[in-house]
Design a protein around this ligand. Structure first.
Ligand SMILES: NC(=O)c1ccc[n+]([C@@H]2O[C@H](COP(=O)([O-])OP(=O)(O)OC[C@H]3O[C@@H](n4cnc5c(N)ncnc54)[C@H](O)[C@@H]3O)[C@@H](O)[C@H]2O)c1
Length: 247
């Protein structure tokens, strides 16, 4: 039985990288896919490619920093497919700045793209979602560990982990589950160009791939896994569990 057939899945930031893999994975399960991205060129190309290969997708140009565009995204998605079953809040930017040069504008760009968007997309989608729907947010292991100069990004991802369990509590009464995924190194570029040392430093013996995250989304969204809510699942090949001493 195909459990996602005919379900409507909105994926933000789906024009490339991890979001594209998530969109394609649900599309292969015959879900209706809304590709929501600021990148019109790649978003439209993906829509065309998916629809030519028998999948059902709709690209809606969306800047997740803008509340009006998010409201339009949710309304248009509902009008097109008659329901919103799964929302994947994946859009994000990883911009790092020296702490003392970090301006309010730079801070707000990262926070509004990565974190405020999760609040706004979820609030608008949840108004229309029915019992059994779910929301999955992309956090990061940077919510719990750091390098210097990552304040805005780390704060945005820590905020995503926190808003995930807050929304899981609030939306439980509507029967909506909310979870998040914390990836670490997921290679969205040329996987073949990675070095042996890149792979070997992981317990898993390899760097992550977008499909690793897509499969976690399929798992979390599956109705059989409806006992999981408010959770943050780390998908990192074990890297966050690795104890490091410098020699
Ligand atoms: N790749 C990793 O190693 C990794 C690790 C931890 C967390 N993550 C998180 O996973 C998510 C996806 O990461 P990725 O590596 O695929 O990134 P990516 O840069 O490859 O893709 C991000 C997508 O989001 C879109 N986007 C950016 N700003 C937008 C906006 N304002 N409105 C709408 N769309 C916008 C981009 O156009 C792009 O299609 C992000 O939230 C990222 O923080 C990634």
């Amino acid at each position: 039985m195909n459990d996602f057939k005919g379900k409507t899945v909105i994926v933000t930031g789906a024009a490339s990288g991890i979001g594209k893999s998530i969109a394609q994975s649900f599309a292969k399960k015959e879900a209706n896919i809304v590709i929501a991205d600021i990148d019109e060129l790649n978003g439209k190309q993906l829509e065309q490619h998916m629809n030519q290969t028998g999948m059902n997708s709709l690209f809606i140009k969306t800047d997740v920093k803008k509340e009006t565009e998010i409201k339009e995204l949710i309304t248009k998605s509902f009008e097109a497919f008659g329901a919103i079953d799964i929302l994947i809040n994946n859009a994000g930017i990883s911009k790092f700045h020296s702490f003392f040069d970090l301006s309010v504008e730079m801070w707000e760009e990262v926070i509004n793209t990565n974190l405020r968007s999760v609040f706004l997309c979820s609030r608008e989608a949840a108004k229309l979602m029915k019992q059994g729907s779910c929301i999955i947010n992309l956090s990061s292991t940077r919510a719990v560990m750091s390098e210097s100069g990552t304040e805005a990004y780390s704060a945005s991802k820590g905020g995503i982990a926190a808003i995930t369990h807050a929304m899981a509590s609030t939306l439980a009464e509507k029967g909506i589950r909310v979870n998040c995924i914390s990836p670490r190194w997921i290679e969205t570029g040329d996987y073949e160009s990675l070095r042996e040392v890149d792979h070997k430093q992981h317990f898993s013996g390899r760097v992550g791939k977008p499909d690793d995250i897509a499969r976690t989304c399929l798992f979390l969204a599956h109705a059989d896994n409806d006992f999981i809510t408010g959770e943050n699942i780390t998908v990192d090949g074990g890297m966050t569990r690795k104890m490091i001493y410098e020699e």
